[in-house]
Write a protein that binds this ligand. Structure first.
Ligand code: NAD
Length: 475
């Protein structure tokens, strides 16, 4: 039991990634005395709030992709604008520094928000002891202490899954974090896994000039994505020089003195590749290994995900789990953010459900892929009666002016009611365009509602409008 010195809070949040920090801030805004505990520190040993998403994920990835796109554009696209450059050279350490500065700025903003909201931020390893008590061990391994709270939110995120056939040495065989911190462009790069992470990393390093080969065990490319969009993505990436080998399961990776030899199997047999770096992007697992003491009896499934109900409640009263820790939705930052807000409000007695059916998904490649709602293949498998409208980006004046004409917008609507069931986009700024589709679907819009909505011209959003117009009079 806690002694007199035990610090007590209304809420303790374990983890300061997007799920944890948004939950902690909302709790504090709702008048709850809140502590947030986080154990992230970078390779210099400095703490940094924001979790994987900020320090070694989405933010780092989109910052580097922006640099890579600029470089590629400078070499390949500016001539047609009548802009001529002399020698173009790359300074990868400076590019990394820019990315690190962005991370530092955003991390500091979270720290400032914690201060403004009077959140107690503790840099430590946290362990759930029971539904009320959390043991904290400072990162310098000084004496552990115990905190007490009426409510505990678990938001400790996820980490890369190790592949026993390709052990990480972070020199030749590297994980996704190291792949965002290289100091030079590898001449020849292989990536295990053509999931979201593999594709995002491939897009960066390919745009920076690396010969990039993706080895993907599945036969179907981007199986969770609408397959018309996936086929378009496959074509565009291939034309950019990304080599996508599907049905290729990596079985071993051995480092020599300067190269890695990767062995994989496909339907033709076993093959070997020699590359300068191998990135392992074969999935992520929830960080639950040391999250709770055995006597806490926190219920996990066989893959380590925390068992929760539809309200993110674990089997322990007053203990919630959010973000990458649960299977309530995919491992995406904005799912965690929504759950953080949702749980904070629940604790404060406000009930607002998370609409998991309308979570937008984005693949931050060049061009981007974004979607919301159901895919054509899923709707057809369910026997739904649907109609489809598509519009190519190259038919919009804005995309032409930008010189970014690759891609399409696809809207799927119910054939009888015209209600929009799914929107799928591949193209520049698809991640921005999808927001309109999410809002439309949140309000149960029909494709006619979108078609009758006036869109500024010329904009990329006109492609969404065009797809809605294409659905008019369709049965
Ligand atoms: P993933 O599961 O999406 O993809 C990993 C791929 O690796 C799979 O397709 C799998 O078939 C393949 N694979 C595994 N072992 C292999 C082997 N031996 N040989 C060849 N292929 C092999 O995982 P990920 O891309 O690592 O992403 C992890 C999670 O993080 C996902 O849920 C993803 O949605 C999420 N994430 C989202 C974003 C975003 O929203 N933009 C960004 C990064 C990560």
């Amino acid at each position: 039991m806690p002694n007199k010195q035990t610090q007590a809070f209304d809420v303790i949040v374990i983890g300061a990634g997007p799920a944890g920090y948004s939950g902690a801030i909302r709790c504090a805004q709702l008048g709850l005395k809140t502590a947030c505990i986080d154990n992230w520190y970078d390779k210099k040993g400095l703490v940094s709030l924001g979790g994987t998403y900020l320090n070694a994920g989405c933010v780092a990835s989109i910052a580097l992709l922006e640099s890579a796109k600029n470089y590629h554009s400078l070499i390949h696209n500016l001539k047609e604008h009548g802009i001529h450059t002399k020698a173009v050279s790359l300074d990868i350490p400076l590019m990394m520094q820019r990315k690190n500065n962005i991370i530092d700025t955003l991390s500091q903003q979270i720290a400032d928000s914690f201060t403004d909201h009077k959140i107690t931020y503790i840099q430590a390893e946290a362990k759930l002891l029971n539904e009320r008590l959390v043991k904290i061990t400072p990162l310098d391994q000084s004496a552990a202490s115990i905190l007490e709270a009426k409510h505990i939110i678990l938001a400790s995120g996820s980490s890369p899954i190790d592949l026993s056939c390709a052990p990480i040495d972070n020199e030749f065989i590297i994980d996704s974090t190291m792949a965002l911190n290289l100091d030079a462009v590898p001449k020849r790069l292989a990536i295990i896994g053509a999931g979201v992470i593999g594709l995002e990393l491939a897009s960066i390093w390919n745009r920076l000039g690396a010969e990039t080969i993706l080895l993907e065990a599945q036969e179907t490319f981007l199986s969770m994505t609408d397959q018309q969009i996936a086929r378009e993505a496959y074509r565009i990436y291939s034309e950019q020089g990304l080599e996508l080998r599907l049905g290729a399961r990596v079985i071993s990776a051995k480092k020599g003195s300067k190269k890695v030899t990767v062995e994989y199997q496909d339907s033709d047999g076993t093959h070997a590749l020699r590359v300068d770096k191998l990135i392992v992007a074969s999935g992520r697992k929830p960080n639950t290994e040391n999250l709770a003491a055995a006597e806490a009896n926190l219920l996990l499934d066989e893959n380590g995900y925390v068992h929760v109900d539809e309200n993110c409640r674990t089997t322990l009263p007053g203990v919630y789990a959010i973000g990458d820790l649960t299977l309530l939705g995919p491992m995406i930052a904005h799912k965690g953010i929504e759950e953080g807000l949702f749980v904070a409000e629940q604790i404060a007695g406000i009930h607002n459900a998370v609409n998991y059916g309308l979570l937008p998904s984005v693949v931050f490649t060049d061009p981007e892929i974004a979607w919301v709602g159901q895919t054509e293949q899923a709707l057809r498998a369910m026997g739904e009666s649907i109609k489809i409208g598509t519009f190519p980006l190259n038919a919009t004046a804005r995309a032409q002016a930008m010189g970014q004409t690759e891609g399409i917008v696809k809207i799927i609507a119910d054939a009888n009611t015209d209600t929009i069931l799914g929107v799928h986009i591949i193209g520049t700024q698809a991640s921005e365009m999808i927001a309109e589709a999410v809002l439309a679907m949140e309000f149960s819009a029909s494709s006619e509602d979108l078609a009758r909505t006036i869109h500024a011209h010329p904009t990329l959003a006109k492609a969404l409008h065009g797809a809605a117009l294409a659905l008019k009079n369709k049965k």
